[in-house]
Write a protein that binds this ligand. Sequence first.
Ligand SMILES: NC(=O)c1ccc[n+]([C@@H]2O[C@H](COP(=O)([O-])OP(=O)(O)OC[C@H]3O[C@@H](n4cnc5c(N)ncnc54)[C@H](OP(=O)(O)O)[C@@H]3O)[C@@H](O)[C@H]2O)c1
Length: 218
Amino acid sequence: MKVAVLGGTGSIGIGLSLRLAISGYNVIVGSRSKDKAKEKAEEYKKILRSEGHEVKIDYAENEKAAEICDVAILAIPCEYIYSTAERLKEALNGKIVVSPAVPMRREGKTFFYNPPPEGSAAEKIASILKDSKVISAFHTIPAKKFADLNSEFVWDVPVCGDDSNAKTVIINVVNSIKGLRALDAGPLSSSRLVESLTPLLINVALRNDMHDLGVRFV
Ligand SMILES: NC(=O)c1ccc[n+]([C@@H]2O[C@H](COP(=O)([O-])OP(=O)(O)OC[C@H]3O[C@@H](n4cnc5c(N)ncnc54)[C@H](OP(=O)(O)O)[C@@H]3O)[C@@H](O)[C@H]2O)c1
């Protein structure tokens, strides 16, 4: 299965690209710039080779990556994710599209959930990508630790979506990554509950000298 990580050159994109390639998915690193995508894909292959993984990683401009993939993960900051979804709408028709987006605002040292009027980032994306199957996941994964292939973690990943087949595909994608356990967290409208966990994790980390917090349901 071809998984495009659009904005796969950024913080959360690194861990997703590396770890999904290890899982055996045909990963395409997407970027606004083909040169940047190529450079990052080479860098990721080097990291993987140094860890003993001889795997293929492809690269493409976001639009091309969206066209050729089966699943697209929108690893793009919230400020730009909606306009990117608009731009890639045609290319993403019929595809499974994953939103890890967490809209937040900051007041001094405190982060707050800052959803759009649609209720959550995922629902706003679904309102744009009417012909795609939008699923939300990966919101509570701390990017830095996730990118480090030598780090160990046990995190749960709540997955939300309205298309049960697409949700099952993404649950399998999540479960393919060592240390992650996917949990069905309900319809896409439940994304607002999951997205709001991330500012809480950041606020707790900041005040208690903790790092790289994730969630576990026990
Ligand atoms: N960081 C985390 O720990 C974390 C954890 C969970 C979820 N998330 C969510 O994951 C998403 C990505 O977060 P991130 O921290 O990985 O972001 P990021 O590193 O700041 O940016 C990711 C990529 O977005 C692309 N980008 C930047 N400006 C853009 C624009 N104007 N239009 C289109 N693409 C643009 C860039 O790729 P190119 O320059 O190559 O195009 C960049 O490498 C966000 O929605 C965030 O809420 C992040």
